[in-house]
Design a protein around this ligand. Structure first.
Ligand code: CUA
Length: 373
C-alpha cells in the first residue's frame, strides 16, 4: 500500500518534470522565433545573409567560403569517421581483447595539432585580408557621400557637413554611391550596425571611427545599436533610407530649409505654440533641419533628436512605427514607452510630479503639429 503510493508519487513527479521540460522547450522555441522576427521591414528580416550593400556582401561571402564549407567538410568527415568506427569496431560477444593504446603517440599528437591549425589559417588569411580592405577612406577625389554619425542614449543623430543638414533616426543615402561614415558617441560606447548593408563599428566618445560601404539596393533598411549601452539599448534603432540620386537631391533640397509653419487657426498651429512654449518641447528638440557645418562632431547641437520634417521619419522614439497613435502614446506615456530615456526622466516625470502633464487635447495638438511637418 505504502509502496504503491510511493510509485504513484514518483510517476507523478516524473510527469510534472516531463511537462516542465516541454514547457521550457516550447517557450524557448517561442522566444527564438519572436526574437528572430526582430528587424522585419517590408516582410524582409534584417539578416546578414541577405546583403544589400558591398561591405555586407563581402562579409557574407567570407562566411560562406571558407567558414561555412570548411565547417561542413569537418562535420561530415568527423561524423562519417565516427559512425564507421562505431559500426566496424563494435565489440563482438565474447571478445575480451583490449584495443591498441595510442596515448602519447607523437605522430597522432602532431597530426591533430597541425590539422586544426591549417584549417584556422585557411580561415584567418582571407579574414585578415578583408579586414584591411574594408573601411578604407576612398579619399577626397571620390564622389563618396560623407555623413557624421553620433550615438546618444538612445537614438542616432546624422549630420551632413556637405549640405549643413542634420537629422535623427533615419540615415538617408544614395544607391550605388559610396558613403563614408564618421562615427562617434556623446555619452557611452554604442555600436552602429545596419546588418544588410555593412558590419558593426563602435561609436566611442572622443574618437571618430570610419565605416565605408556602398548601398546596392534602394529601400528602407533596419539598423540597430549593437553594444549594450544601458536600459534602452534594444530600442536604440535606426533606419537607412536608400534613394536614387534624383530622390536624394530632392530630399537635400527640401531639408535645406525649415518646413513651412502650419496655417493659422489649425490644430497644428496650436501644437506649434505648445511645442515652443508651455509644453517645453523646444528646450530639447530643434525644428531647424540645418546646422553650421563647421561645428565639431562632438559638439552637442540639441539634447533631443532634431524633429524637422518629422512626419517623414520611419520611427517614433527610435523604435516604434511612426503612426499618430504611437506618437500620441510616446508624448502622453513617455515613461511607459521608453523608461530611463532623457525625455522620460527629465520631462515626463518632472511634469508628472508637478501635476503638469499635458491633457489629451494638448497632446493631440502637438501630434498634429509634428505630423504637419
Ligand atoms: Cu546604444 Cu546599445
Amino acid at each position: 500500500m505504502c509502496c504503491g503510493e510511493g510509485t504513484g508519487r514518483v510517476k507523478k513527479t516524473r510527469a510534472i518534470r516531463l511537462r516542465r521540460s516541454w514547457v521550457s522547450v516550447i517557450s524557448l522555441i517561442g522566444l527564438a522565433s519572436s526574437t528572430s522576427g526582430c528587424g522585419v521591414i517590408g516582410g524582409k528580416i534584417a539578416s546578414t545573409s541577405d546583403p544589400a550593400g558591398d561591405q555586407a556582401r563581402h562579409i557574407w561571402d567570407l562566411f560562406v567560403v571558407p567558414v561555412w564549407w570548411l565547417s561542413v567538410a569537418v562535420f561530415l568527415l568527423v561524423t562519417v569517421w565516427m559512425l564507421l568506427n562505431i559500426v566496424l569496431f563494435r565489440r563482438k560477444p565474447g571478445d575480451t581483447r583490449i584495443p591498441a593504446q595510442v596515448h602519447g603517440n607523437p605522430r597522432l599528437e602532431i597530426a591533430w595539432t597541425l590539422i586544426p591549425a591549417i584549417i584556422l589559417a585557411l580561415i584567418a588569411i582571407p579574414s585578415t585580408r578583408l579586414v584591411f580592405q574594408l573601411n578604407r577612406d576612398p579619399g577626397p577625389g571620390s564622389n563618396a557621400l560623407r555623413v557624421q554619425v553620433i550615438g546618444h542614449q538612445w537614438w542616432w543623430e546624422f549630420r551632413y557637413p556637405e549640405f549643413g543638414i542634420v537629422t535623427a533616426g533615419d540615415l538617408h543615402l544614395v544607391v550605388d554611391r559610396p558613403v563614408v561614415l564618421s562615427i562617434t558617441s556623446q555619452d557611452v560606447i554604442h555600436s552602429f550596425w545596419p546588418p544588410r548593408l555593412a558590419g558593426k563599428v563602435d561609436a566611442i566618445p572622443g574618437r571618430e571611427n570610419t565605416l565605408v560601404f556602398t548601398p546596392e539596393e534602394t529601400g528602407v533598411f533596419y539598423g540597430q545599436c549593437a553594444e549594450l549601452c544601458g536600459a534602452q539599448h534594444a530600442h536604440m534603432q535606426f533606419r537607412v533610407v536608400v534613394h536614387s540620386q534624383q530622390e536624394f537631391d530632392a530630399w537635400v533640397d527640401k531639408h535645406r530649409r525649415p518646413a513651412p509653419d502650419p496655417a493659422p487657426g489649425t490644430l497644428a498651429a496650436t501644437g506649434k505654440q505648445l511645442f515652443e512654449g508651455a509644453a517645453g518641447c523646444a528646450g530639447c528638440h530643434s525644428m531647424n533641419p540645418t546646422y553650421d557645418p563647421s561645428t565639431p562632431i562632438n559638439k552637442i547641437l540639441a539634447v533631443g533628436p532634431n524633429l524637422a520634417y518629422f512626419s517623414e521619419r520611419q520611427t517614433v522614439a527610435a523604435f516604434l512605427p511612426n503612426t499618430p497613435e504611437n506618437l500620441h502614446r510616446w508624448i502622453a506615456e513617455t515613461e511607459a514607452v521608453k523608461p530611463y530615456s532623457i525625455m522620460a526622466e527629465k520631462w515626463w516625470k518632472i511634469r508628472a510630479q508637478q501635476n503638469q502633464l499635458l491633457t489629451p487635447e494638448e497632446v493631440d495638438a502637438i501630434v498634429a503639429y509634428l505630423r504637419s511637418q
